[in-house]
Ligand binder design. Structure first.
Ligand code: FMN
Length: 384
């Protein structure tokens, strides 16, 4: 197992990808890429974040065929039995997306997707059809497809609209079938830019109460991932938000930044820098703080090395969006779907890929073999 092997694999997989990526990496490099999201074991850590690339069954089928580890479906806006959505402002229809460069303050060029849309803009019934298609695909391919919901977020003095929690969670459980129900809760970057999120106490109340409300509303045991926004406050507040989610099973850290001047969410290097900096602070805090909960990383992941960086700060899996949406010329692979081409670069790039990054960490004495194997999940254990 040498750098030469990795270069050869990188070259040949540009055209034909191994059918079992994780199996190949284990056999060829002695690396166990096993990962986890919401307690579900995964063959490797790379999943797709909620968004425009997980809106229909065709996209899910293509992702499963490409060997993606998991997908989070587009965020649906909760409603009650009468179809009332208190967060209806987030269910707007907008199709036009622009994939463009975004320069960070330090001059580094990254990519961002500029888009004014928000949540799922079709009916709840149509969303449940997608959830059912995801369940069938999970059964036949092993790739989980997890729903994402934006529930009612009240002002401090207002009560939660329990009926929306009850009805939407009930419908999800019905479509999901067998327990436990898995669900991700989104707060979204446009919320960070909204006046609703001006008040810190209000945000902390949402985070501390919402998981419990979903549990109470669910007719079956449920595991909840909370996808935290990048609020427009300092890093210390990001940590406060993480602590407030004591009742969540997993935290997804952190959704895109908000540009108030342009009124849009954005990614790129500023996003990964902030996310990694906050996760650093989270992992090195004294043990008087609550124990590390299960984390999943998101933000500007376009090289395998960044997956390792998120993992070293406690993330057991990662969720990408922008890197699955670039012009084809940005991927070294010449065949297959964008998802497949992205996985090729993320895992096998001899300079920047995940395999190269883990072998480097071994050389530098930061990762050790157990029973002859390097383990991806050992990276996040370093954060404990
Ligand atoms: C066009 C677009 C739409 C998105 N929609 C959602 C959404 O509905 N719900 C959600 O939780 N995240 C949404 N996201 C956030 C992504 O899932 C992801 O967490 C974020 O973009 C950071 O990852 P990236 O830098 O790889 O894009 C969206 C992102 C983009 C670019």
């Amino acid at each position: 197992m040498t750098r030469g092997d990795l270069e050869r694999d990188f070259e040949r997989f540009k055209r034909e990808f191994p059918p079992d990526i994780a199996g190949h990496v284990r056999d060829a490099y002695g690396i166990d890429l096993s990962a986890r999201y919401l307690g579900v074991p995964l063959p490797h850590p790379i999943g797709k974040g909620s968004g425009q690339l997980s809106l229909n069954a065709g996209q899910l089928e293509e992702d499963a065929a490409a060997g993606l580890a998991f997908v989070v479906l587009k965020t649906v806006i909760a409603e009650d039995a009468a179809g009332t959505q208190s967060m209806s402002a987030w269910a707007i229809h907008e199709t036009k997306m622009k994939v463009e460069h975004r320069e960070a303050a330090d001059g580094r060029q990254g990519w961002t997707v500029t888009w004014k849309g928000r949540g799922w803009d079709r009916t709840l019934a149509e969303y449940m059809t997608l959830v059912r298609a995801g369940r069938a695909l999970h059964a036949s391919t092993g790739m989980p497809a997890i729903p994402s919901v934006k529930y009612h977020l009240p002002k401090l003095a207002e009560p939660f609209h329990e009926a929306e929690y009850q009805f939407t969670t009930g419908r999800l459980a019905e479509a999901w079938g067998a327990p436990p129900l898995l669900v991700e809760v989104d707060f979204s970057p446009t919320l960070a830019g909204d006046r609703l999120a001006d008040d810190r106490a209000q945000i902390i109340r949402w985070l501390s109460e919402i998981p419990g409300r979903i549990r109470a509303a669910s007719p079956m045991p449920v595991r909840i991932a909370v996808k935290l926004m990048n609020a427009r406050f300092d890093d210390a507040f990001q940590l406060e938000m993480m602590d407030a989610c004591a009742d969540a099973d997993t935290l997804v850290c952190f959704n895109r930044l908000f540009d108030p001047a342009r009124g849009v969410a954005y990614g790129g290097w500023e996003l990964s820098e902030r996310n990694l900096r906050v996760l650093d602070a989270f992992t090195i805090r004294p043990s008087a703080h609550p124990p590390i909960r299960r984390l999943s990383g998101t933000g500007n992941i376009h090289v395998g090395r960044l997956i390792a960086e998120y993992a070293l700060r406690g993330c057991e899996s990662v969720q990408l969006h922008t890197f699955f949406q670039l012009p084809l010329s940005e991927y070294p692979a010449t065949e297959g779907s964008r998802t497949r081409r992205a996985l090729h670069k993320l895992i096998f790039d001899p300079g920047d890929g995940l395999v190269a990054a883990m072998l480097d960490l071994e050389r530098r004495g930061r990762l050790e073999r157990r029973s002859g194997l390097l383990h991806f999940l050992d990276l996040s254990r370093h954060a404990d």
